[in-house]
Write a protein of this length. Structure first.
Length: 138
């Protein structure tokens, strides 16, 4: 008989800080400013989900994410965090809150967001990203 401890996962936790996790949004936001969808998608883990702000379709593949960002980047969006809540676990982190996007034409979109991240042994990558416009009347 094999006991559960024989299958115990040994994992070393990559040291990080809230400052390093919050900087991951800046890395993502800076990639938006390049206008290059592939550079934005490089922030996402190969197995990840994007539930985008201005599309009803979940994006799972690199191609689906690039398709979304190609259209989103046409607006030349720049994001700004308005409120955030960060939690850090062993090799995973969550950054959730409220952000605002300003488009080149002056349009402002306020939204809620959740980014989850995972350390892949080399870098932090987004494993899920959910963004939704704020409800009307808020």
């Amino acid at each position: 008989m094999v006991h559960g401890s024989a299958f115990a996962k040994t994992e070393s936790c990559h040291p990080t800080s809230e400052k390093q996790i919050t900087a991951l949004f800046d890395r993502w936001n800076d990639s938006l400013k390049t206008g290059d969808a592939a550079k934005v998608v490089a922030n996402y883990a190969p197995r990840s989900i994007l539930l985008p702000t201005v599309s009803n379709k979940p994006r799972l593949t690199v191609e689906e994410k690039e398709d979304y960002f190609r259209h989103f980047l046409e607006h030349k969006p720049v994001g700004k965090i308005d409120f955030r809540f960060v939690t850090i676990e062993c090799n995973t982190a969550l950054d959730a809150g409220l952000y605002t996007f300003q488009y080149a034409d002056g349009t402002v979109v306020k939204a809620r967001y959740t980014f989850t991240y995972e350390w892949n042994g080399h870098q932090w990558l987004i494993t899920s990203h959910h963004s939704s416009k704020m409800p009307e009347g808020e």
